[in-house]
Design a protein around this ligand. Structure first.
Ligand code: HEM
Length: 477
């Protein structure tokens, strides 16, 4: 693999051992990566034809996220083949802002509340599977990262497209999704998309399958919503907004007295467009949510003191009834469980950096301009582990969000990026993770069986423990 140092930018050059061209695995050795950040300097490398600049600190990271005139998000080239070239994630500037306005309504508090019952049913189902998997393995530790990926895929599919999709299709998407992540390499062998059994070929086939499934769901939801159905998933809500927008426009055109104007007037989207947008949600959520889930279960098993408090708080919130369903208000009211989720996302941020591309020469510091076409990568991890901001940042300490001052350090909170492309699902993530760990605490016991590699971090799009998290689950009496 060819790596060439380019000229010094604002400090020393770095020669980086590079084992694979997958951009999120730019530094296969996570410790090596941390050293680059610790230098506090902009660093640059050349990966094949691509010139890549990494920001080392919070302020430069904010600068990149908040400079849409100079940069745009940069997905790996193969993403266009996987998602389709017209996907909204390739939009930037005004077109992106306009499109996103319509999507923001799918993540309001009211919307999040309506997804909860479906999500809770998926959790119940998968918690049963966790226990069964441990039982089938004779009560011996089993690496759970795969099942954590599956539960997230199921939560996502059911939240996005509800019960318009079969259990079998959800399972197939969960199984195939791994091929999609694996296909997202920065550099691929030319035309490998057309060469059977290459990673890209497999990834593209898997993606086409998901897109087709989601488009079919959109068609079914359109029928259901037009017949006055109650929305229970994201596509239902989106399609209902389209119906209401059309009614409003039609009434206006016909001079009929109109009700309240919808907060945003949407055009009608085709089944394929809706399916494609749901696919981009899955694409954005699957690896990050799976990473957070894996670490959440690992760390809770390592910290019985924290898990006990989560359990206690969840029991009290349900007035002692373990089977009481979780509502939005209840989930938001649990101060400690929310702090655990926030701390988890700070301590093991799933997304350590986000690739952007310079649309034109970008004067990122007074002495250095990123050339047009180069990749400029704002780093999220250093700000979340900054010793000057977080006391003992390498310690998992939910209390820092309650009695400490972590909540005031919002500028360092880069878990979800910043600026116009920041994560659309920040509240969604906080709510679903709080619901997941609260319910698990009440219904399950689990034990972590540490190995020599449990604390080593691997990067597979996002962060995971090197040993895939060996656990044993049992049902709580
Ligand atoms: C722990 C879970 C998650 C983390 C840590 C995370 C983090 C991120 C980050 C860092 C970005 C890039 C922000 C930027 O460029 O400024 C992003 C973008 C995005 N995320 Fe998330 N995310 C998570 C889960 C989700 C979920 C569950 C969904 C969908 C339901 C989602 C949908 C999106 C979308 C659509 C974007 C692109 C937004 C745009 O370009 O306007 N994410 N996320």
């Amino acid at each position: 693999m060819y790596i060439k140092n380019k000229g010094s930018i604002a400090g020393p050059m770095f020669k980086i051992p590079f084992m694979g061209p997958f951009i999120q695995a730019l530094y296969p050795d996570f410790e090596e990566y941390k050293k680059q950040w610790a230098s506090g300097k902009l660093s640059c490398i050349s990966v094949f034809h691509k010139f890549v600049v990494l920001t080392p600190d919070r302020d430069l990271t904010h600068k990149v996220f908040n400079s849409p005139a100079f940069v745009k998000p940069c997905l790996v080239p193969v993403a266009e083949d996987i998602i389709g070239p017209n996907g909204w994630v390739f939009l930037h500037g005004k077109a992106h802002v306009d499109y996103r306005k319509g999507l923001n309504t799918l993540f309001t508090r009211k919307a999040l509340e309506c997804y909860l019952p479906t999500q809770e049913a998926v959790l119940s189902d998968y918690f049963g599977r966790f226990v069964q998997a441990s039982r089938d393995n004779g009560g011996n530790p089993l690496p759970f990262m795969g099942l954590f990926r599956e539960i997230n895929c199921a939560v996502s599919c059911r939240t996005f497209v509800g019960h318009y999709i079969s259990d079998e299709a959800v399972k197939k998407i969960a199984d195939d999704y791994y091929c999609i992540t694996a296909a997202l390499e920065l550099v691929n062998i030319p035309l490998s998309l057309y060469v059977p059994y290459t990673k890209v070929w497999k990834g593209k086939r898997a993606a086409d399958g998901v897109l087709a499934e989601f488009a079919k769901c959109a068609a079914k939801s359109k029928i259901h919503m037009a017949a006055g159905g109650k929305p229970t998933c994201i596509i239902d809500r989106w399609i209902l907004s389209m119906i209401e927008s059309k009614r409003y426009r039609d009434n206006e055109a016909a001079g009929i007295e109109n009700g309240e104007k919808p907060s945003i007037l949407l055009r009608e989207f085709t089944d394929f467009e809706i399916g494609q947008t749901m696919f981009t949600f899955l694409f954005a959520s699957q690896d990050a949510s799976s990473s957070a889930t894996t670490y959440l279960f690992q760390i809770m098993a390592q910290r019985p003191d924290v898990l006990d408090r989560v359990r206690q708080e969840n029991l009290e919130a349900r007035n002692g009834d373990v089977n009481a369903p979780a509502g939005l208000q209840m989930l938001e009211s649990m101060v400690y469980t929310n702090a655990v989720v926030k701390e988890l996302l700070r301590y093991r941020p799933p997304v350590i950096f986000v690739p952007y591309e310079a649309k034109k020469p970008f004067p990122v510091t007074p002495t250095y301009t990123v050339p047009k076409g180069a990749m400029i990568i704002p780093s999220c991890y250093p700000a979340l582990h900054d010793t000057e901001v977080y006391n003992q940042p390498e310690m998992f300490d939910p209390e820092r969000w309650i009695s400490g001052d972590a909540s005031e350090k919002s500028r360092n909170w880069l878990v979800f990026g910043a600026g116009p492309h920041n994560c659309i699902a920040q509240q969604y993530v906080q709510i679903t993770m709080t619901a997941m760990i609260g319910k698990a605490a009440l219904e399950l016991d689990w034990v972590h069986h540490p190995t020599a590699r449990s604390e080593e971090i691997k990067v597979f799009a996002t962060l995971f423990p090197m040993d895939d998290c060996p656990l044993v689950f049992t049902k709580r009496a």
